[in-house]
Write a protein that binds this ligand. Structure first.
Ligand SMILES: C[S@@+](CC[C@H](N)C(=O)[O-])C[C@H]1O[C@@H](n2cnc3c(N)ncnc32)[C@H](O)[C@@H]1O
Length: 229
């Protein structure tokens, strides 16, 4: 069986055909500068096992290594920021698990190569925690979470954490509903807002609806994000 296909049934049921590395790279080259900006955020809807996301991570880590390889603590912090910038939604839980694992292995391989004896398990745990929040099982069409059969869970919107780096390695987390982030992108004059449930606020200066977070967290040192959840 072709490595782009796991089974004929999965192709028939879910259109699961993974993109080959050559095409992934050709497409990412169209936005090359962004893929090499460590903090630039990417969301891949229907991410499969993460073919695009792993390549984006590789590119960001290569930049981090070039700039910070002589300072393990700076490399660790910047490679962590790279992880926080990568998001995916995928219908099938096994693909979600594989995607998180691939991203972790790529991050950890480079982490060991650069930071050597200065690697810390606390940082690894923090990276795994971020991946559990950034790569989610959900339906990219309805923007709802899904159960183990890939069925929508009503009233459970996909919620993503935004991680914003502050001074001194501190990180600020704010959680947003993906449907509201996407509505921000659409033409606000065409938009009808849900009643009281909505977290969108109209900004006259921007002439747009701005999503407000569902939840804000106290700033935390990046290695300790998992203690703040
Ligand atoms: C054509 S594959 C592409 C995977 C990946 N983007 C790539 O290029 O390798 C489509 C993927 O979308 C998933 N999928 C299908 N319908 C989906 C939906 N409504 N929401 C999220 N994921 C979906 C499938 O399980 C499959 O992994």
């Amino acid at each position: 069986m072709d490595s782009q296909v796991k089974s004929k049934k999965r192709v028939a049921d879910h259109g699961e055909v993974f993109t080959a590395e050559r095409e992934v790279n050709a497409m990412l080259d169209l936005v090359k500068q962004e893929t090499e900006r460590i903090e630039s955020r990417f969301l891949e809807p229907a991410c499969g096992t993460g073919n695009f996301l792993v390549e984006i991570l590789r590119r960001k880590l290569a930049v981090a290594k070039r700039r910070y390889k002589r300072s393990p603590s700076d490399y660790e912090r910047m490679s962590f920021i790279a992880i926080t910038s990568i998001y995916g939604v995928e219908l099938l839980q096994d693909n979600v698990d594989e995607c998180r694992e691939r991203l972790f292995e790529i991050w950890d391989g480079e982490y060991k190569a650069v930071c050597k004896k200065e690697c810390s398990d606390e940082c690894r745990e923090a990276v795994r925690y971020v991946l559990s929040k950034n790569i989610l099982c959900g339906n990219a069409l309805t923007l709802l979470r899904v159960d183990e059969n890939g069925e929508d869970i009503q009233n459970e919107p996909i919620i993503f954490a935004e991680w914003s780096p502050l001074m001194g390695g501190m990180l600020k987390r704010r959680d947003f509903r993906l449907d509201e982030l996407m509505r921000e992108q659409s033409d606000s004059s065409q938009m009808t807002l849900d009643s009281g449930e909505s977290h969108l606020q109209y900004s006259e200066s921007e002439n747009a609806y701005i999503p407000t977070p569902l939840r804000e967290f106290q700033p935390t040192f990046y290695r300790k994000v998992q203690e703040n959840g």
